[in-house]
Design a binder for this molecule. Structure first.
Ligand SMILES: Nc1ncnc2c1ncn2[C@@H]1O[C@H](COP(=O)(O)OP(=O)(O)OP(=O)(O)O)[C@@H](O)[C@H]1O
Ligand SMILES: Cc1cn([C@H]2C[C@H](O)[C@@H](COP(=O)(O)O)O2)c(=O)[nH]c1=O
Length: 705
């Protein structure tokens, strides 16, 4: 819907400008009318911008958006209506100018409300993908589609009317009607379809208790005192200044290549292609790279590319430079928008967006105006260096200056925002591009068997673990029975921090994930690996899957990040077999309750939390079925124990080179015990199969046994 509205805006900007130009005679007057409308559309940012953010943070964002859209509908519709009612050309242009000013002023209130609301509607992990879609729609597709549709409409109407269209059927008028209706449609959808946009009553109360002036000052203080925001704002302004200079000098630059207007359009197209590449492919290329670092680095890339334009001696070089300028700018734009949405508290987000909005418009207008003036005044002198025909001109000097200023802004932004101080930049970038194993998997040859029991609360893991250990010991095997968290002295202390006493402080989700990982790291290093190395059967009550299910899907932390954490903690050690005891949470929790004692923090979570955990376990099993034995934990204890014992016997038989290796066992488990390598994970943690689990809605509800 917002994409359609953005289409309407671009359509409207073009339409109002074309419409104003069509109302007057003579090329100078037409140019003046066209330029005036665009200038008027950009200028109110300076006047109204400061209060727009306070509005967005102070009042209900849904109603701010709805009222703004209804007003914009009326104003857009009024422009062609005045013409249809037979007003003179001067009156129509006059009213179009006033209406455009009012529309732009209202838009300034609408944008921060929208920008501040969107992050609340989208899970953090999906914000970047959502921004990718919005930016490509707004800056990639819509301007092109708007211009194409306007041109097509013009052709169709002229063909249909034989060149004598009635006033109301003029393409520019139809476009304005379309724009008006797109605003009405947005108002209706936001009012009735996206009620979640409204802030919570508590948030609103806190905001309206402060005066508007105080809120305005607080917003500025927040921007000035928060390094992340300072860096973002600085970087965004720097990037827009560089972009403005490129736009302002583009025509002169094209001429300096001796390629004329066609080169100008080609270079512009190349920048937009680069923009789409940066926004569309950037996240795929840099993968896990810190978004704060990526932002600064992208600005440096765009600026360095601007500098290469200054040295381009051939159109092909300039085209490559232009694509890189666009790609760097696109990536910076995406990273900046995502950081603004994801890392800035809801209470001040509207004001920060408003500052960015005003600042970028101001910087862009100034940069375009000054650079085109300077390039025009400076002219271009040609001077031959060993027949290379390099053209030294004010245009190229300006591009050089813009590139240097951009690099300075990018490096400053990087320094202000860096969240990995001390980590070398290029190694970090290269590690991310390669898919970053945080550390190489620890080389390890297991001579034993690692069996893990997983499942929800009260599924019967401890019961089955004890039964299996007893059977194996009866066979004379070396068996280590262990658990997570709390198998070691360090682990016991971590367990009490995690699960604690009733009423004790509950760790935050990230702290919880780190504590489980810390317990796991120590457990694997001091208990599991030594036992496997000497050839024991290690049976553990819970392991990595519990973190993916509880912290990842249960707490809705990004599952791939939780997976990375565990892989780092374990050095990539994977179990040979995971016995998943699947149980309905209601049954499991009532078993726990019947066992007596007080519930810990996790047992006390809601049934829907435990349901998410259950289906996360089942999805993990479905993604790697050969490693899992999924059993219905409601079956009698002995039946379950028999099935587990049978599967473990198969694995041990296969290890010993027995006659009946299991048909479905994985190759690593069938190698002779003494030389059997650690189950595969050498290329780093297998985050790929888990990433989709971060969205509970994607966890299927059907059983996959
Ligand atoms: N198959 C079964 N049928 C019925 N009750 C069972 C079954 N298995 C275990 N129980 C009982 O359910 C309760 C919980 O079992 P157990 O402690 O083994 O589960 P758990 O998965 O280890 O629990 P927790 O998640 O708290 O560690 C115990 O009282 C146990 O006797
Ligand atoms: C390993 C691990 C465990 N948990 C949770 C799951 C349980 O609620 C408790 C452990 O209790 P138990 O009675 O010993 O089963 O901790 C978790 O959330 N994440 C993990 O990685």
């Amino acid at each position: 819907m917002l994409g359609a509205a953005s289409f309407g805006d671009w359509f409207g900007l073009l339409a109002t400008s074309v419409f104003a130009a069509s109302q007057v005679e003579g090329s100078t007057a037409k140019g003046a009318a066209f330029g005036t409308v665009i200038a008027i559309r950009l200028l109110p940012a300076l006047v109204l911008g400061p209060i727009a953010g306070v509005f967005a943070d102070r009042f209900d964002r849904r109603w701010t958006m709805v009222i703004c859209d209804v007003l914009r509908f009326l104003l857009f519709a009024s422009i062609p209506l005045v013409a249809v009612l037979g007003a003179s050309g001067a009156v129509v242009v006059g009213w179009a100018t006033i209406a455009t000013f009012l529309i732009e002023s209202i838009t300034l209130l609408w944008i921060p409300a929208k920008e501040a609301a969107v992050p609340n509607l989208i899970p953090r992990a999906r914000l970047e993908a959502a921004n990718q879609l919005t930016l490509i729609t707004t800056y990639g597709l819509t301007p092109v589609v708007a211009a194409t549709v306007l041109a097509a409409l013009d052709g169709v109407v002229r063909a249909a009317t034989g060149g004598a269209a009635p006033d109301w059927a003029e393409p520019a008028q139809l476009a304005l009607w379309f724009n008006a209706l797109s605003r009405l449609a947005t108002a209706v959808v936001v009012a009735f379809g996206i009620r979640e946009i409204s802030q919570g009553p508590a948030a609103q109360r806190g905001q309206t208790e402060q005066s508007m002036l105080r809120q305005f000052k607080d917003g500025w203080r927040f921007i000035g005192q928060t390094p992340l925001v300072r860096g973002l704002v600085l970087g965004i302004f720097g990037a827009f200044a560089g972009g403005g200079i490129v736009i302002g000098t583009a025509r002169f630059f094209a001429n300096s290549l001796g390629a004329g207007d066609a080169a100008f359009y080609l270079l512009f197209g190349a920048i937009f292609i680069g923009l789409s590449i940066g926004i569309g492919l950037g996240p795929m290329i840099v993968k896990e790279m810190s978004r704060r670092r990526w932002f600064g680095m992208s600005i440096v890339l765009a600026s360095a590319a601007v500098m290469t334009l200054a040295f381009a001696i051939h159109l092909s070089m300039a085209m490559v430079g232009a694509v890189l300028v666009g790609a760097g700018a696109g990536m910076a734009f995406l990273a900046g928008t995502t950081l603004l949405g994801g890392e800035i508290a809801d209470e001040v987000r509207g004001r920060v967006f408003a500052v960015v909005q005003i600042g970028t418009r101001l910087v862009l207008i100034l940069a375009i105006a000054l650079s085109s003036l300077l390039a025009g005044v400076g002219g271009s002198r040609r001077f031959e260096v060993v027949n290379l025909g390099i053209s030294i001109s004010s245009t190229r000097l300006l591009l050089l200056a813009a590139g240097l200023a951009g690099i300075f802004a990018g490096v400053s932004a990087f320094r202000q925002m860096d969240d990995k101080k001390g980590v070398p930049v290029l190694a970090d970038l290269w590690g991310s591009v390669r898919g970053r194993p945080l550390t190489p998997t620890e080389p390890f040859s297991s001579a034993g068997l690692f069996v893990v029991f997983e499942g929800g609360e009260g599924a019967g893991k401890s019961t089955q673990l004890a039964l299996l250990a007893a059977r194996l010991r009866d066979q004379g095997r070396d068996v280590v029975v262990t658990r997570e968290p709390g198998a070691t002295g360090v682990g016991e202390r971590i367990r009490s921090l995690l699960l604690g006493q009733p009423g004790s402080e509950v760790p935050s989700p990230r702290a919880e994930a780190l504590l489980y990982a810390a317990d796991r790291a120590h457990h694997v290093a001091t208990v599991v690996r030594p036992a496997l190395a000497r050839g024991a059967v290690v049976t553990s009550d819970r392991y990595v899957d519990s973190s993916l299910a509880y912290q990842g899907v249960g707490r809705t932390l990004p599952v791939d990040e939780v997976s990375w954490l565990s892989s780092w903690a374990t050095g990539g050690l994977k179990p040979d077999l995971v016995v998943l005891l699947d149980i309905d949470p209601n049954t499991g929790l009532s078993r726990v309750a019947a066992r007596g004692g007080v519930s810990d923090h996790l047992e006390a979570e809601s049934v829907s939390f435990h349901e998410r955990v259950r289906y996360a376990f089942l999805d993990l099993a479905a993604a790697d079925p050969r490693r899992y034995l999924v059993l219905d934990a409601a079956r009698p204890t002995d039946e379950i124990a028999d099935e587990v014992a049978r599967r473990v016997a198969e694995l041990l038989g296969a290890q010993a080179g027995g006659p009946n290796p299991p048909a479905a066992s994985e190759s690593t488990a069938t190698a002779p015990a003494a030389s059997r390598p650690n189950p595969p994970s050498a290329s780093g943690p297998d985050t790929a199969v888990h990433s989709e689990l971060s969205d509970p809605k994607l966890v299927t509800m059907e059983r996959r046994t």
